[in-house]
Design a protein around this ligand. Sequence first.
Ligand code: DAH
Length: 357
Amino acid sequence: MDDLRIKYIDLIAGAADEGALEDLRVQAVGKKGEVSLKMRELGKMTPEERQVAGPALNALKDEINSALAAKKAALADAALDERLRTEWLDVTLPARDRRQGTIHPVSQVTEEVTTIFADMGFSVAEGPQIESDWYNFDALNIPAEHPTRTEMDTFYMHRAEGDNRPPHVLRTHTSPVQIRSMEAQGAPIRVIAPGRVYRADYDQTHTPMFHQIEGLAIDKDLSMANLKWCLEEFCRAYFEVDKVELRFRASHFPFTEPSAEVDLRCSWKGGTLKVGEGDDWMEILGSGMVHPKVLQAGGIDPADWQGFAFGMGIDRIAMLKYGMPDLRAFFDSDLRWLRHYGFAALDAPNLPAGLSR
Ligand code: DAH
C-alpha cells in the first residue's frame, strides 16, 4: 500500500495537464484501477485482516482523490495566470485616430452649432420630418393662399381617394419645431432645433433634402438687440475668429415681425473665405421677432411674452467654413469625399478644446 501511495502521489504531482491527471485517476481509483482492485481482495480476507486493510485502503483512496483535486485546482490556476499574462491590453493607450469611417461634415457642423448655443443656454428640440400642413404652414402664419407655400416647392404626401383633409408634407423648414416646442414647454423657452428638411430643388447649392437649424428664444423682454448679440457670439465661435460684423437687412417672413436677413462681412480674396474683414457680405440666415400669431398658435400669450427666432442652413454654413464647393457631393456617399472632408470620430467639438481640430 505504501508503494502505491508513493507511486501515485509522485505521478500526480508531476502531471502536466488535466488529461494526464484524468488518466492517473482511472489508473488508480477508476473501476479497474490499482486501488480498486486491491479493495476487491478484501472479500478474500479474514475478518481480522479486513479490519486493518479496509480502513487503510479507504484512507489511501481518499488521499489520492484529494491529491487529484488539489493538482487540478493548481493546474487551473496556472492556466489562468498564463492567459492573463498573454491576453494583456493597455487600456490607457491613446485611441487610434481616423480609420475607415469619418464623421460627416453635416454631423460635425450640427454638433458645432448646438455646442455653441448650448453654451448660451439653448437646449436641443426635435420634430417629425413628415409634418402636418398646420404645423408646417398655418401655425407659422402662412395661410393656404400664401405664396410661400408654392415658393417652397413642397413635397406633399399622398392621401387616400376621397380623403379631403389637407395632405401631410415633408417639412420644408425646421420652423414647425418652434410651435411644437412652445406647445410642449411653454414660456420662457430657449431651444435650438437641427434637422432634415425637404424641397423639390436640385443644383450645385440645392438638394431635395438638406439641413436647417432653428433657434427660438421667448421671454418677458427679449428684443432684436438680444438676437443680434446671440448671432454675433455664434458667428465668432463658429467661424473661430475674434472679430465679426453682421448686417441686418430688412426682409419679410410670415412668422416674424419685424424680419431680417443677416449678412456677414467677409472677403473672398484668393478664392478663400475670410470672415470679419473685406468688402463682401454673405447672407447666412433669416431671423426676426416672433409674430404674435405664432406665439398664439404655440399656446403662448403675446400680451405677456415676446422673443426672437432664426433659421439657418447647416449644409450652407458647412460649405462656407470647410470650403466644399458642391452640395450634391454631401449626399453621394463617396468614400473618397468622406475621407477628405470627414472628421475624426473621437474629436467631438467642444468650446474649450476647439470646435474643429
Ligand atoms: N424658415 C425659414 C426658411 O426656411 C428660415 C427662417 C427665417 C426661420 C426667419 C426663422 C426666422 O426662424 O425667424 O427659409
